[in-house]
Design a protein. Sequence first.
Lengths: 329, 363
Amino acid sequence: MTGYVLRRAGGALIVLFLLSVLVYLLFYVAPGDPATLACGPRCNAEQIRQVREQLNLGEPLPTQYLHFLQGIVAGRDYSTGTGVLHCPAPCFGLSYRNDQPVTELLAARLPVTASLAFGAMVLWLLLGVGTGLLSALRRGGITERVLTVLTLAGTATPVFITGLLLLMIFCAALQWLPFPSYVPLSEDPEQWAWNLLLPWTTLALLESAKYARLTRSSTLETLAEDHIRTFRAYGVRERSVIGRHALRGALPPVIALNAVDLGTMFGGAMLTETLFGLPGLGQLLVQSVRTVDLPVVVAAVLGIGAAVVLANAVADVLYALADRRVALR
Amino acid sequence: MVRRLRARPSAVAAAAVLVVLALLALGAPLLSALAGQDPTTYHDDLIDSARGGVPVGPYGGISGDHWLGVEPGTGRDLFARLLYGARVSLLVALGATVVQVLIGVTVGLAAGFGSRFADTVLSRLTDVLVALPMLVFAVALTAVVPVGFPRPLLLVLVIGLLNWGGTSRIVRAQTLSLKKLDHVAAARLGGATPWRVARRELLPALAAPVITYAAILVPTNIVVEASLSFLGIGVTPPTSSWGQMLSTATTWFRADPLYVLLPAGCLFVTVLAFTVLGDAIRTALDPRESSRLRVGTRGGSRGARRTAAATTGATHTTATDTTATHTTATHTTATDTTVTDTAAADTPAPPAGPDRPTREAAV
């Protein structure tokens, strides 16, 4: 088991490293001169030259990349002409817009995205796993048909359509909910939840269909296995067969999928955040792309990539913990 | 295949919707000329500037001149903008699908048919690509492209370059199992070049799974295009797109609900039609699918997963030692091969008695 975890972690690290090289190359070598971008539209040649020096753009590429890595691991100093600006340990550079360390910008956005992701997760698990189990245990009934239709509609509706419709119904027409705006959890937990309810629901509606389907097929599969037949033959009560034995076999795929999804959400639900005006990571990425703030884009993409790679690794390990056969392969 | 598709009412309906949509998109200039409108003219007289630019008249300003009303804020004709939006949507989605299939088939073939090293590198690349959230990268990529680059082409390339992983995985898996079949082995022994083998022996057999997968890719691509335009990094104004309209609609939905519902409806219907059609194509090309669904309650997909595991396991052994194992498998069809292989892997072949689960038979 330990060996498996180590192997999986090693694989994740390699992928992360490749990703960082790729992202770095793509963004700093791609057309468009970083110095000109960093300096802004009203810069003369002399200022651009200074910025180029500041960003070490004259150095060979591998050296630049090493500096970038060094910044992430150990921090980095930037000369601002008059003084030195220290950018502490996980340093992804300074924003082109306002020279703020990118790490600070990202950290400020993280609570919003985390609130969104965890709340939505609770909802989609309740909705999805609930319906999935229900339709697996009562086969052929109306739940199954409803589920099929919902799944189809869920896949065909992008988040922003569901969200807009919910906004129209619950905020504009019925006026049951406030127009979402982020209130920090530490300030006012009630308002926090109340404001986030709509974004959570939007995401959960999209995701839960997937979970319902997975739970259903996975439960049916487990119920068809030999050991379940044996339990039944020995006269174990049905509730115990399903609750203790079938669920144990049925839930690992759901847990694994959930880990991956949570990772992706953590990377920022760009569409949801943009639609509801929540100042999270996804919104930051979109804004930075519009203003071509490359250091922020690079850091956000790397951060999101890291979250996803990590989530995948965690999912694999969880799966292996639940089903030891995986680790032996 | 067409006959099987025609037997399904839902497929026929979906296809009809899509044909109508394609005609509307193709005839957009003609139709908007017929309505006497074009998608970019501002009509200041049709919006109520005192109320912030809400269209004059009920239902978003629907009138004899403007069949679906006008856009709030600008007064541009909504009918024309929706039609032109359909063009962008379909063009980008289909173009991106072509790019995805081309890259996916090439990479998949190279991985499945090339050297062990090539396979490792390409499969790793595919894994990374599949695991990463595509929309994030699509958004980020648009940041480094110069502003002057034509946006629809950019969208085609970005979406195409980022989402070929699924296709290449399918092609690779299929190639690995095809490689063991008689006619491929014969062609290789006959001295055909790998290129010729790939083209003459493999590609025809790959058509069915690739078409099936491409049919599923199209609706996804439509959604991605709409999402990018919604985020304000897809097509740029004055070109219209459904996603972009929905993004402006976020500020108007209280005053002019119709402005949300029209593009949302268009997008929903299009994606749904493509999804239903894709589903029908899958069933039509793989008739076992429907029977599997019927039997599948007794662990259909678990069976499928096992087969997949068996395929990869089997290929690693058969790739090294040659003809001996081939002969056992080759006289059956591609999918049955795996069952034979699993049986061969367990030391004594289990008796095919009546109490063997139906699972294996169903796969």
